[in-house]
Write a protein that binds this ligand. Structure first.
Ligand code: CAA
Length: 385
């Protein structure tokens, strides 16, 4: 299976991919099945990744990041996702959404206090936009932030937030305009919320189908008092900041989908060479060869789409539509490839003892979070008007 490293990369890209691949092979993949079974979030491994720079990959060097281009970041994320997509999502959210928000809209003080330690891997960050009644329609969120003399008070509840119970800080979207209609993108603001703030409670981790080592939880905000400088950027611009963050995040989900699909194909190539039926290896059957060929082709196309969007992003283009295309295609590729993988493994594929079953479960959420496939199609269609 041709991997990304064979595709004419720069020396830096090659070195970063090698580092990510080696780390993933030694420190993630051997333990992934156990973490999945026990829903264990390995903060020690996340911290090790942080020390290696994986949590500040595209953060500019002046903020203690690695200052790498987005393609290099996606290549590293693909390697981590191939080993365990649950670890990749922590890395992806942190690098894409809170980091983008602080780089673009943070004050000097906020960048010193939050962004630099995040880039050094000392603080883990997450992002909370969704609510029980505000999923795809994110602009209908109802959490409230009220201005007081000393700062802000947050009340409400967020849902399905990655890292909610394991992060050191969360970027939380709450409504600051109490006067307007309940729904509306205009009155939403972004707050930097340390997770040890009084009034911040991460609920019991969700019992998920896949990505079981990743912490996903609701957040209760009950008179959560924050200083005045917890507000990020301009009040009322939080929805736009969330969408900008999601543009970067969706590219990461593209790489995550590619990583999951690639690993499934690698398992299939090995398995179909070893497994014999009707007195020959499975891969001697043309029906099997065609399946493998289609899997490999879709993976290459998904990677190319994500990398092309990454190049556009680094050139300063608006990549909303391209990020949605990359996420849509890669997540549907991951789901399709892992479904074929289960089929090729047959009865074994359906068993927890074999790795493709976990890849199949992990793939599903890539079609749901950071915007469902339907939302990606909507974003693409709107851009075509
Ligand atoms: N960049 C910058 N600004 C943007 C933007 C972008 N990508 N997308 C929209 N905006 C701006 C618009 O220009 C508009 O501003 P103006 O009014 O000044 O023109 C404003 O934001 C509102 O935009 P829309 O009118 O398009 O808003 P909408 O209500 O129609 O919603 C949507 C658009 C695309 C459906 C959006 O709600 C959306 O993406 N929904 C999906 C939400 C989502 O992805 N949720 C996942 C949460 S994260 C998660 O999964 C948890 C986790 O931890 C993994």
């Amino acid at each position: 299976m041709p991997t990304a490293t064979e595709a004419g990369l720069s020396d830096t890209q090659r070195q970063v991919v090698e580092l990510a691949r080696e780390f993933a092979r030694e420190r993630i993949e051997p333990f992934a099945a156990e973490w999945d079974r026990t829903s264990h979030f390995p903060r020690d491994v996340i911290d090790e990744m942080g020390k290696l720079g994986f949590f500040g990959m595209t953060t500019p060097e002046e903020y203690d990041g690695m200052g790498l281009d987005t393609v290099t970041y996606l290549l590293a994320l693909e390697e981590v996702a191939a080993a365990d997509a649950a670890i990749a999502v922590s890395m992806g959210i942190h690098n894409a959404i809170p980091t983008t928000m602080l780089v673009k809209h943070g004050t000097t003080e906020q960048r010193e206090r939050w962004l630099k330690p995040m880039a050094r891997g000392e603080l883990l960050a997450g992002f909370a936009l969704s609510e029980a009644e505000a999923g795809s329609d994110a602009a209908s969120l109802a959490a409230q932030a009220t201005k007081e003399k000393q700062g802000w008070v947050l009340n409400g509840a967020k849902a399905w937030a990655t890292n909610a119970g394991t992060a050191d800080l969360m970027m939380i979207m709450a409504r600051t305009d109490q006067t307007g209609a309940r729904r509306g993108a205009k009155g939403i603001s972004t707050f930097i919320v340390p997770t040890d703030s009084p009034g911040y409670t991460a609920c019991k981790p969700e019992d998920k189908m896949g990505l079981r080592a990743s912490n996903t939880a609701a957040i209760e905000l009950s008179d959560c008092r924050l200083p005045a400088d917890a507000l990020l950027g301009d009040g009322g611009m939080g929805f736009v900041y969330a969408m900008e963050g999601l543009d970067a995040g969706r590219l990461g989900i593209g790489a995550q989908g590619v990583g999951i699909a690639r690993r499934a194909l690698e398992h299939c190539i090995r398995y179909t060479a070893e497994r014999r039926q009707f007195e020959k290896p499975l891969h001697d059957f043309q029906a099997v060869q065609f399946k493998l060929a289609d899997m490999a082709t879709r993976i290459e196309a998904a990677r190319a789409l994500a990398h092309r969007a990454a190049v556009r992003k680094d050139a300063g283009e608006n990549v909303g539509m391209h990020a949605s295309m990359a996420k849509l295609f890669a997540s549907e590729t991951a789901m399709w490839v892992t479904t074929q993988a289960i089929q090729l493994f047959g009865g074994y594929g359906y068993m927890r003892d074999f790795p493709v079953e976990k890849l199949f479960r992990d793939a599903k959420v890539t079609e749901i979070y950071e915007g469902t496939s339907e939302i990606q199609r909507l974003v693409i269609a709107r851009a075509l008007r």
